[in-house]
Unconditional design. Structure first.
Length: 112
């Protein structure tokens, strides 16, 4: 299993999968990131991130049923594993600690 380091884009993908719940598949993840963050991402970069997250044990996927709208093709749906949720909690904890450690004066120095 790969390391547990969680990059910023991987964190965004995991959070988006949690947000979408049972409707988390490639296109819906891509559209949600674009809509919420105004961040255009390629299908390739998303699938690379999903593959790396799966290698780390942070996501699982399963194929859904085919539909007439998609010409019988099936969607691959993603879920965040408990290990992935733990990685997100750890990343949030570290970010919160850093944010809370910045002295208030540091924010005011360049705004005067």
């Amino acid at each position: 299993m790969k390391g547990t380091y969680l990059g910023e884009f991987q964190e965004i993908v995991l959070l988006t999968i949690l947000l979408l719940d049972d409707n988390a598949y490639g296109v819906s993840i891509q559209e949600e990131i674009n809509d919420r963050l105004k961040r255009s991402i390629s299908r390739g970069s998303l699938h690379t991130a999903l593959s790396r997250l799966a290698d780390k044990g942070f996501v699982n996927s399963q194929m859904g049923e085919g539909s007439a709208v998609r010409g019988g093709r099936r969607k691959r749906f993603y879920t965040v594993t408990n290990r992935g949720k733990e990685a997100l909690q750890e990343a949030k904890k570290h970010r919160d600690q850093l944010w809370q450690s910045i002295p208030e004066i540091s924010w005011k120095k360049n705004f005067i």
